[in-house]
Design a protein around this ligand. Structure first.
Ligand code: PMP
Length: 356
């Protein structure tokens, strides 16, 4: 039986994408070859890469607006390093907002390159909210933030108005909600939540942003190289890119980001209403910063844990355990998770209330 998969990533993808990807493993588009054995330089795969890059920009509303999209490797963690390497000038300065483990991972990497100013941090409160009042130094080379904090279940609703380039790690909420993406100068996102399997990272870069640091950047770490080589500087992760393309097409057929946003709002409302209504549960994130992708919550009484764990596991739910740094539960409700799965979880919460 197919599980209701609430995993934080890698995570559920559309069922039809699993089907199409598995067919391509056996015979890619009638070529008589598997997607796993074709050359990345074949015209068939070059077309996949081209379409994936174009469709990513299209869905974000950035086509024709002076942006490049590339599919890279090394995970979002590699972009923690590539961002300062490519954007922080020698003797320069960068500004970071510290909203969680991943944000602080990015900060750690930036510190190796220069003056890294943490404009605000919610660490003392175990990252249960997004700091709202902070100042970005006007002489910073860029400002970096994390739109959705996968571990802590918080999400930025507002992004600062600033004259410095805006860089955002959107790994866990890209393609999930409408935003004015043209406000951002660089966006990156590991594929393994809303886009595809693990193994590739989408990086969207505004023209004119690069080549200003005075640094010598190794080719593999140099965004300009990857743009110039059309994401084929070295052998790309063909299967991850192809499966990402299938997911992006699925989203396009659904009506794009505005259509999935409605579903995501319905799922989040259903679950948070139950967390707030049910006296046995409480949320961990500040209400105004609650993430629509990852809902983190606790039992009011730990003594109910064994009973509740049994209930959700027997209901066919998988991947509900919270991250070890928060504990409790985390329900990740990425684009491909159906509303019905959230209903199954809510029913298990109601059942606990009835029998506990
Ligand atoms: N940023 C965010 C917001 C994440 O959720 C994650 C992983 N869950 C990362 C960065 C790190 O991604 P990766 O494992 O692809 O390096």
């Amino acid at each position: 039986m197919k599980k209701h998969n609430f995993s934080a990533g890698p995570c559920i993808l559309p069922q039809e994408v699993f089907q199409q990807a598995s067919e391509a493993v056996l015979d890619f588009n009638g070529t008589g070859l598997s997607i796993l054995e074709i050359s990345h330089r074949s015209k068939e795969f070059v077309a996949v890469m081209k379409e994936a890059r174009a469709l990513a920009l299209d869905l974000l509303g950035l086509s024709g607006k002076g942006y490049h999209a590339v599919f890279l490797q090394g995970g979002a963690s590699m972009e923690f390093l590539r961002v300062p390497y490519n954007l922080m000038t020698v003797n320069g300065k960068a500004a970071y907002l510290d909203t969680g483990t991943w944000a602080s991972g990015a900060i750690k990497e930036a510190k190796a390159f220069g003056d890294t100013v943490v404009v605000a941090s919610s660490k003392p409160e175990n990252y249960n909210h997004i700091p709202k009042s902070f100042e970005i130094p006007t002489d910073a080379d860029y400002f970096h933030c994390t739109s959705n904090n996968t571990i802590y279940g918080t999400q930025m609703r507002q992004f600062p108005e600033t004259n410095v380039p805006l860089v955002c790690d959107m790994s866990s909420d890209i393609f999930s909600r409408t935003l004015d993406f043209s406000k951002f100068d660089l966006i990156y996102a590991g594929a393994q939540k809303n886009m595809g399997p693990a193994g590739t990272t989408l990086v969207v870069i505004k023209e004119g942003l690069l080549n200003k640091t005075g640094r010598s950047i190794p080719n593999i770490l140099n965004y300009q190289q990857h743009i110039d080589k059309e994401s084929m500087y070295n052998t790309p992760p063909v299967f991850a890119v192809y499966t990402s393309l299938l997911t992006l097409k699925w989203l396009q057929n659904l009506g794009g980001i505005p259509a999935i946003e409605k579903v995501n709002e319905a799922k989040a409302a259903l679950l948070y209403n139950e967390i707030d209504r049910n006296p046995l549960f409480k949320g961990t994130a500040a209400t105004e910063d609650r993430s629509k992708m990852n809902a983190t919550f606790l039992l009011e009484n730990e003594a109910h844990a064994a009973l509740f764990d049994n209930l959700w596991k027997n209901a066919g739910i998988s991947g509900l355990n919270g991250h070890r740094s928060v504990g409790g539960y985390r329900a990740s409700m990425y684009n491909a998770l159906p509303l019905e799965s959230v209903q199954v979880l809510v029913d298990a919460m109601k059942e606990l209330e009835r029998i506990a």
